[in-house]
Design a protein around this ligand. Structure first.
Ligand code: KG4
Ligand code: ZN
Length: 330
């Protein structure tokens, strides 16, 4: 079964063709980073305008690279939530139009759920229950994954997402957006223990996160004049130590033997190294190379799995939204 996936939730315009939920035939990502860089974050209206400009060429490029035409596609999948509402609508309407005009089914999937599927895509032998760890620019979640499509939220950030904290700290240091990769690079040259930073804890909620205090501590360390690599290394170390600690205790508490990672922050090699040192008793599934950041292969892949489980979405009632695929535990 050939699935065409579309991703326009934020500042990447992406289209991919995936066979049977796993085999990636093409995976085109048009990144808008250069447009938003100078503003220190994503400007929604600019993101939408660029999605409109490039979405059709991106779809054409994905079809061309996969050596197929629209008629060969069996299912159109799109990330229909959560994200910037205008951006979501562009991808959603494109997918609906393609489905309607080719008389093929359509399915809307959740972008955050797809980030977790990205790691499963190349590791089909995942044993459930697994602990899903979503570390992106918009979300920081610990999820008990009972199976694909059945999740329970066990921890989340009460303020900034971890990627957002990286982006804001980079901005404090007058570094461009997105901050994550630049902070990682700077941190390689710094001493991670030069500043006594710590991420926050949430009273009575051992698996929740808080990064806003850590961010303020960086601000008080005078990021425009201080030695940037030491500051970056100490910030990164504090954020990741907290994530590793809470992830491992959640996995033990909820009897999960496998960790499934997703989201742009999982690109970070220091994070992967820390998990391999501290969490070696768990099987760790990480998204392969180009599947950490926003992409449409994970959308097409998850679309296939959910279509098999639940069937298609309704073309006329399925809307763009902001909901998540899990409900709180407490
Ligand atoms: O998953 P993603 O592409 O988009 C969202 O769904 O949010 O994640 C983007 C986030 C940004 O905040 C970016 O700074 C962060 O991932 N990021 C990183 C790294 N690469 C990207 N954070 C830390 N280290 C990195 N190497
Ligand atoms: Zn994302």
């Amino acid at each position: 079964m050939l699935v065409l996936g579309i991703e326009t939730t934020c500042d990447e315009t992406a289209c991919a063709i995936v066979k049977d939920g796993r085999e990636i035939l093409s995976n085109i990502v048009f990144s808008q980073t250069n447009i938003h860089e100078e503003f220190g974050g994503v400007v929604p209206e600019l993101a939408c305008r660029r999605h409109v400009d490039v979405l059709i060429p991106v779809i054409q490029a994905a079809l061309q690279e996969a050596h197929c035409d629209l008629q060969a596609i069996d299912l159109f999948a799109v990330a229909s939530q959560p994200g910037l509402i205008g951006a979501l609508l562009i991808g959603l309407n494109a997918a609906k139009t393609l489905a309607l005009s080719t008389q093929k089914p359509f399915i809307g999937v959740n972008h955050v759920e797809a980030h977790l599927y990205a790691a499963i895509m190349s590791n089909p032998d995942v044993h459930f229950p697994a602990l899903g760890v979503v570390l992106s620019g918009g979300h920081t979640h610990l999820i008990k994954m009972h199976e694909i499509g059945n999740y329970e939220l066990i921890g989340q950030t009460v303020d900034d997402a971890v990627g957002e904290a990286f982006d804001k700290v980079a901005k404090m240091m007058s570094l461009p957006y997105p901050g994550g990769p630049i902070i990682e690079k700077l941190a390689q040259r710094g001493d991670p223990y030069s500043y006594p930073f710590k991420a926050g804890t949430v009273k009575g909620r051992p698996f929740d996160f808080s990064f806003s205090g850590l961010k303020t501590a960086v601000l008080y360390a005078n990021p425009s004049t201080s030695e940037k690599s030491n500051l970056a290394a100490s910030f990164q170390q504090a954020a990741f130590t907290d994530i590793v600690h809470k992830t491992i205790s959640a996995a033990q508490h909820f009897s999960c033997k496998t960790l499934v990672f997703g989201g742009g922050v999982t690109q970070n090699q220091a994070l992967r190294k820390l998990f391999s040192e501290k969490g070696c008793q768990f099987l760790q599934l990480w998204p392969s190379g180009n599947l950490s950041l926003d992409n449409a292969a994970m959308i097409a892949g998850l679309g296939y799995q959910l279509f098999k489980l639940k069937g298609q979405s309704d073309l006329f009632t399925h809307d763009a939204g902001t909901t998540l695929p899990w409900t709180p535990k407490f």
